[in-house]
Design a protein around this ligand. Sequence first.
Ligand code: BYC
Length: 329
Amino acid sequence: MYGNAHIEKTKSPKNILEGEDPAKLAEFEARIERGEKIEPMDWMPKEYRRQLIRMIEQHAHSEIIGALPEGTWITRAPGFRRKLALMAKVQDEVGHAQLLYSAAETLGKAREDMINDLISGKSKYSNVFNYPAETWADTAIIAWLIDAGAIINQLANSRGSYGPYCRALDRICTEESFHLKYGHDTVVYLATGTPTQREMVQNALIRWWPPIMHFFGPSDKISVHSEILMKWKVKMASNDDMRQKFLDEYVPKIWDLGLTIPDPSLKKNEDTGKWEYTEPDWEEFKRVINGDGPCNKERLAVRRWAEEKGAWVRRALLKEDSRYSTPLA
Ligand code: BYC
């Protein structure tokens, strides 16, 4: 554990900087302005620490829960090569969670507390993983388009201000770009396959489009944390800007495959250079991130089960008088 962490509960936006030393705060903000990285033992305002813990912890939970929809398809993946590739991807996602929990720990919150907050339903994780992967094609859409969205978000934020988070994101993005290639290959295979395969991937796209539009977070008008996070260079682009970048890069690729995106209003306004789309259903988004999506209960039940089944290993490792066996060779 690092630092002399002092984690505070949310304050109203007006007084988030209450009690901070103005000189230290000015120096901190000047460092961020100069593009320096903030490291765990450096001085930081309590709100910066609190926001980073919230965001990195949610990101870690998203990776570990995100392993589940695809993970359920490992045994049913079509053929040995697809099975191997999917297994490696799922392992990578769990590894990302480990990196991110470690990054969040540098800010003073213990991993056990983070896991407890996940399984008790206190902490959030990405909306997208509360939907089921109904068919093999759903896993292809996840691996292509959700990983694509994640890369857009993470590449931008890897240039942010908090050293341990940026370094974790660098590593994660390298692995995610491989996932993206795997996902694209799988979608292309289905989209250029038999009529049944095409139908399967088209239906998966229809199911996943609304959650993907939600993935980048609420529109800038209603985003709660963007202003302060962008000021302190934790978020390097707003939610709407990331959504636009995703649409710019991936809508043409989806259309190239002859697939239909389930939004009749989706088009690029050539005058503004921006994509226009039907406003996502933010009420559904709120329901899903607050525990009432199609799979929230199931996802948390699996994590709770894993936590309980693994408890004896952690207890054994923590036992002070344990004797460790010496390797024979
Ligand atoms: N899902 O003020 P806002 C992966 C919440 S996994 C759920 O705009 P912020 C992968 C937000 O937390 C990678 N909740 O928030 C893994 C806040 O609630 P609280 C996932 C969301 O933080 C396996 C409230 O809405 N990526 O790639 O400024 C297999 C207000 O929102 C979501 C990350 O985790 C959401 N989508 O911006 C395959 C990236 N969006 O905390 C793939 C890290 C918003 O006040 N996170 N909320 O109760 C971020 O970059 C930012 O947190 C967000 C949201 C852009 C997501």
